[in-house]
Ligand binder design. Structure first.
Ligand SMILES: O=C(O)C1=C[C@@H](OP(=O)(O)O)[C@@H](O)[C@H](O)C1
Ligand SMILES: C=C(OP(=O)(O)O)C(=O)O
Length: 426
């Protein structure tokens, strides 16, 4: 893919559906009694992997259109033993959440994924699931995929997670639906709460008790209608493009602004971007709004602590914004970036340096000194990581000559049509 520089971006666009919420709509719809209709579904490769896995367990998922699904729920105990390996592709969310569900099933299953997935840590979910009673084996003693699961006979437990991770929290809560008694999870920092919100929409009581988020075993799910908001993590690429290209004025319609996800809005505003919210409303238990962003003179800041889980997937593109901000931007407490689709501390730094940016890798984050006029002409690698691909495309928009991005296809994981959309807002 060759990205041409842009003078500015303008207009109004609708952002594709939220990836986290699309996965959960399929999973929870599959476990529910009745037919769940999903609108605004993200037809990205990751969410299609989730559909494929549930089809292999006997769930009929009708794709009425690219963004509309009918999930024919089989009930809490209706999944059947898959006769083939469940392949989650590139999707960590599918892998970890489905492991929670598989842990509760009285059958055998095997799960694998692409090269990146087979490197990502699974012990963070397989360890607590084993503690609950699931039999899980795999590479590195059950810490790396391929993994094989023989589930059932789970005991509820109170789990203190060492990481603020919605994937860990969700896996344990999902296993908790199949366990005896109550299962609760406490985390060091609040992670995104889409699972809690959507379980409640499916009629499952989710309670907050002594710092634990908990469910009771045997709680059944009742089919519902899900309207998926636009994905703020996808919107972030366009927010940053508009924030750094002088004269930009862009409106993004119907974007999710769940506070456990909205760190990027706070940080970009603090850096000096003009972001206005309008038409704020609730959609399927999730807050959404239209976002209007105009370029501003940006300044560097420090981003750390509890903010990190609230903008974790936006850090590569935040680093791009930081190259256009006056002064130093430091991102700390973000070690988790090392275990995403790529090591995003290393890949963000290496690729941004090709534009002449001043980026230093830290043990737990990045230090960027701006403002740098970005140099085009580079050949950039995505490391098969969709967020790196799109972050570098945003840097390319601000560069002084065209930039070639290799292995562009990974963008389809979360934002099919990104390149065309960027073309249309020039
Ligand atoms: O639960 C989810 O949908 C997600 C949680 C986050 O991962 P962690 O749970 O590993 O922090 C995030 O990075 C990922 O893109 C989606
Ligand atoms: C980390 C991500 O996703 P996952 O963990 O589902 O692969 C992401 O989308 O940036």
């Amino acid at each position: 893919m060759v990205i041409q520089p842009a003078e500015r971006v303008r207009g109004a666009v609708t952002i594709p559906g939220d990836k986290s919420i699309s996965h959960r709509a399929v999973m929870f719809g599959a476990l529910a009694e009745g037919v769940t209709s999903v609108r605004g579904f993200l037809p990205g490769a990751d969410c299609l992997s989730t559909i494929d896995c549930f089809r292999k367990m006997g769930v009929q998922v009708e794709q009425v259109s690219a963004t509309e699904l009918r999930v024919n729920g089989v009930g809490l105990h209706g999944l059947r033993e898959p006769d083939d390996v469940l392949d989650v592709g590139n999707s960590g969310t599918t892998a970890r959440l489905i492991l929670g569900i598989l842990a509760g099933q009285p059958f055998h299953s095997t799960l694998t994924g692409d090269e990146s997935i087979r490197r990502r840590p699974m012990g963070r979910v397989t360890n607590p699931l084993q503690e609950m009673g699931a039999k899980i084996d795999g590479r590195a003693g059950g810490k790396l995929a391929p993994l094989s699961v023989r589930g059932g006979g789970l005991q509820g437990m109170k789990y203190v997670s060492p990481v603020g991770s919605a994937q860990v929290k969700s896996a344990i809560l999902l296993a908790g639906l199949f366990a005896d008694g109550t299962t609760g999870v406490k985390e060091p920092e609040q992670s995104r709460d889409h699972t809690e919100r959507m379980l409640r929409a499916f009629g499952v009581p989710v309670v907050e008790e002594d710092g634990y988020t908990a469910v009771r075993g045997g709680s059944s799910l009742v089919a519902t209608e899900i309207e998926v908001p636009g994905d703020l993590s996808s919107a972030a690429f366009l927010l940053v493009a508009a924030a750094i290209l002088p004269g930009s004025d862009l409106t993004l319609r119907g974007v999710g602004i769940n506070p456990t996800r909205a760190g990027i809005l706070e940080v970009l505003r603090e850096m000096g971007a003009n972001i206005e919210l309008s038409n704020e409303r609730l959609s399927g238990g999730e807050p959404i709004a239209d976002l209007r962003v105009q370029a501003g003179a940006l300044r560097g800041i420090t981003v750390c602590g509890t903010l990190i889980p609230r903008l974790i997937d936006e850090i590569p593109v935040l680093a791009v914004a930081a190259t256009q901000a006056e002064g130093v931007t430091e991102i700390r407490d973000a070690k988790e970036l090392k275990v995403k689709e790529s090591n995003r501390i290393a890949t963000t730094a290496a690729e941004l340096r090709k534009f002449g940016a001043q980026v230093e890798e830290l043990e737990d984050g990045l230090r960027i000194v701006g403002r740098t006029k970005l140099r085009g002409g580079a050949v950039v690698q995505t490391h098969h990581d969709h967020r790196i691909a799109m972050a570098m495309a945003v840097a390319a928009l601000a560069a002084d000559s065209p930039v070639t991005i290799c292995d562009w296809e990974s963008v389809d994981v979360s934002f099919p049509g990104f390149a065309e959309l960027v073309q249309n807002i020039r």
